[in-house]
Design a protein around this ligand. Sequence first.
Ligand code: CU
Length: 225
Amino acid sequence: MRYLTFVFRLIIATTQTSTLLALLGLVGLAQSTLAGEFQVVDKHGTPVPNAIVLMAGISSSTSTEAVIDQVGKRFTPYVSTIAPGTWVRFPNSDNTRHSVYSFSDAKTFELKLYHANDAEPVLFERAGLVALGCNVHDHMKAYILVTDQPTEISDATGQVVLPEEIDAQRLTIWHPQLNVTEPVAARIRDGQIHLDLSWDSKDPQEAKDRSTLENKFKSFKRNAN
Ligand SMILES: [Cu+2]
């Protein structure tokens, strides 16, 4: 008898599960999918460059090598994504020496002061966010998001292109100025992906370039007077 009750309960449970799955299927059909061009914007509607859009649920082609250059005392690119197991080379295209380091959990390393192509490539095995710095130039900053998911990064005008139909619920987004170490859910409205940012979302290394140039110009003017 006890056995029969158990079987009976099992049948009910299975029926409930399949009903639940069917309902979820209907919900799934109702979910919106997205593809094509989108613009990442901040609270004021200003375009946000360097935002990483992660697209869970679609397949990705991954490369096993990446390059982050140092040009004009800036890491280039400022933001990049790689798959776990990728080797990254850090060439130095400047005449001055740089030293690259990271204290991030996903990858801790240091490349002592070097010129040109003298630094050994670095292997990034674990998923997670890696923040890079240079020991000599405090303003030099870059971010590598190590992830299995396919990604797109917004360009200077905030544009990203989603390559195929993607379930809107599965889109997440990350940006350096969000000050979080994990991507957050993407809020999408009218062809725009809205980020909770209200301050300058540009590469801060550019701001440094501008002020350095401005200072040089000012001192030049002072000397000319
Ligand atoms: Cu440097």
